[in-house]
Design a protein around this ligand. Sequence first.
Ligand code: PEP
Length: 252
Amino acid sequence: MRSKIVAGNWKMNKTYQETKSFVKELTKEVKKVKLDNTRVIIAPSFTNLQKASKKTKGCKIEVAAQNMCAMESGAFTGEISASMIKNVHVDIVILGHSERREYFGETNESLAAKVNTALKNKLEVIFCFGEVLEDRKSKNHFKVVEEQIKEALFHLTSDDWKHIILAYEPVWAIGTGETASPEQAQEMHAFVRELVAERYISDVSEEVSILYGGSVKPANAKEIFSKEDVDGGLIGGAALKVDDFVALIKAI
Ligand code: PEP
């Protein structure tokens, strides 16, 4: 049975002190929730990964990095490698977030290289994809999403897919307050699952968790999460407050 996942992407938010107190409070709250098949993940900035991973040890909160360099090591000033992430006991990395694509020039091709490096280093990947508003308006959203997934992920083996989590994040819904309707989310998630089913054995498409991201908040989470092919959320703004984040965990 595929996992349900609530993952918080903190982006460039929270200092060391803020990370410490957030994790302390979150740990306390998460202990009170019956999680069953649900995974809870937080993705702080690089400088706070080590603290977060230490503080969450032994409780059911996992920690992810928000990005990673495709190169293993060497003269790449300012970059962080997969082994550096693993070294602070972090086993998950978010790749392909739309902000990385838009502001830092990441492409399907460069993301394929990052995915390879992550898997080689035994990192689980939360792979983000999604169309911009013009794509949806021109009814190109399925084509764009298909390309993003095929070009970055379809060279992988079925076994590799055990370490892939997908996150559909329509760019027009990220941080805008505008959410895809539960039906729009379900339609795209079902399309993606079918795409994966056509390329791989059915175990892969049935087992891969597909998260929705884009202005998910306590008020709309239940409805979105209730859709058959929506296995949870990748959350930005609402992941920055313990109360909201816990409400999302409960919603699932
Ligand atoms: C995100 O950045 O991954 C995201 C979904 O942000 P928000 O929830 O703020 O729209």
